[in-house]
Ligand binder design. Structure first.
Ligand code: ATR
Length: 278
């Protein structure tokens, strides 16, 4: 049986084995998918050992996404731009390919599952770390009128935006600022939290004016219920709230399709994993 796994540290709470096992059952694919915790200083040897045991591919999660790019022989353009990979495929010729499905997973969840047409919309992306960088290019490709990246430390937002402009991406519509400048930014149709604040149940200093009437507030974390960010959004008047479970399942479906050549349906799996936002 073909073997796949997710590698991270820690890995105990990963939902990926459950998701891929459901996908395999639904599509009739014979494979196993397990979770592997690599030592913090031992990503490459852990991947090497899994390949030696016949592994065909892995998903990669925190904190190894950057190292996954460096490990691969061939890196997709979007993984290169993201500066990170979340999926590796081990080809029969011995080469390792890397890709990143986080951003396309987010965009697919927003457009297909939540019914948001991002074209000509004002989109606010909170955070300028790895999670934000990982989704920036697919968000730009979805055609928003404005994609505003706001971060606690403004310097990081400016540096991220400048790096994308230097790549010839988002020269017209991509702006960066500190969170403190959002009071002058007006209202946004979609507000996405890509900071690590929700992991620590911390609120962000956000003016309520960022949420347009009818706005969607999206927190990229999942399984945390109504995070401080989503509570702020509700108080600020956002019409709809979503956590990142749809993004998680959509990126998994893209990884699965990349490895197996068949894209599983996602709606039932998202429904099974969804926890109430209370
Ligand atoms: P990740 O890979 O999850 O993006 P990261 O690269 O360490 O992790 O980035 C963490 C992001 O969350 C950063 O944008 C960080 O803001 P700073 O660059 O100013 O540090 C943001 N972040 C974390 N905790 C936060 C908090 N309590 N309030 C606001 N932003 C926070």
């Amino acid at each position: 049986m073909d073997r796949y796994a997710v590698i991270g540290h820690p890995i105990g709470h990963s939902q990926s084995p459950r998701i891929h096992t459901l996908f395999a059952q639904a599509t009739g694919q014979a494979l196993t998918y397990t979770a592997i915790e690599a030592p913090l200083d031992g990503f490459a040897p852990t991947v090497d050992a899994f390949r030696a045991q016949g592994g065909r591919g892995v998903n990669v999660t925190v904190p190894f996404k950057l190292q996954a790019c460096a490990y691969a022989d061939v890196v997709s353009e979007r993984a290169r731009i993201a500066g990170a990979a979340n999926a590796l495929a081990f080809d029969t010729d011995g080469r390792c390919r890397a890709d990143n499905f986080d951003g396309v997973g987010l965009v697919r969840d927003l457009t297909h599952n939540l019914g948001v047409d991002l074209r000509a919309r004002r989109v606010l992306l909170l955070g300028a770390g790895g999670a934000a960088r990982g989704v920036l290019q697919p968000l730009l490709a979805a055609g928003p009128a404005l994609l505003w990246v706001a971060n606690r430390s403004a310097d990081k937002a400016h540096a991220l935006v400048q790096a994308f402009h230097a790549l010839g991406l988002g020269e017209r519509e991509l702006l960066g600022s500190g969170l403190d400048e959002l009071v002058r930014a007006g209202a946004f149709d979609v507000v996405i939290n890509a900071t690590a604040a929700s992991l620590d149940a911390q609120a962000l200093p956000l003016p309520p004016t960022v949420f347009a009437a009818g706005a969607l507030a999206y927190d990229m974390v999942y399984g945390k219920g109504l995070t401080p960010f989503l509570q702020q959004a509700r108080v600020g008047g956002a019409a709809r709230l979503a956590d990142g479970v749809g993004m998680l399942v959509e990126q998994a479906a893209d990884s699965f399709a990349w490895w197996r050549g068949v894209r599983p349906a996602t709606a039932d799996v998202i429904a099974q994993l969804r926890t109430p936002l209370i």
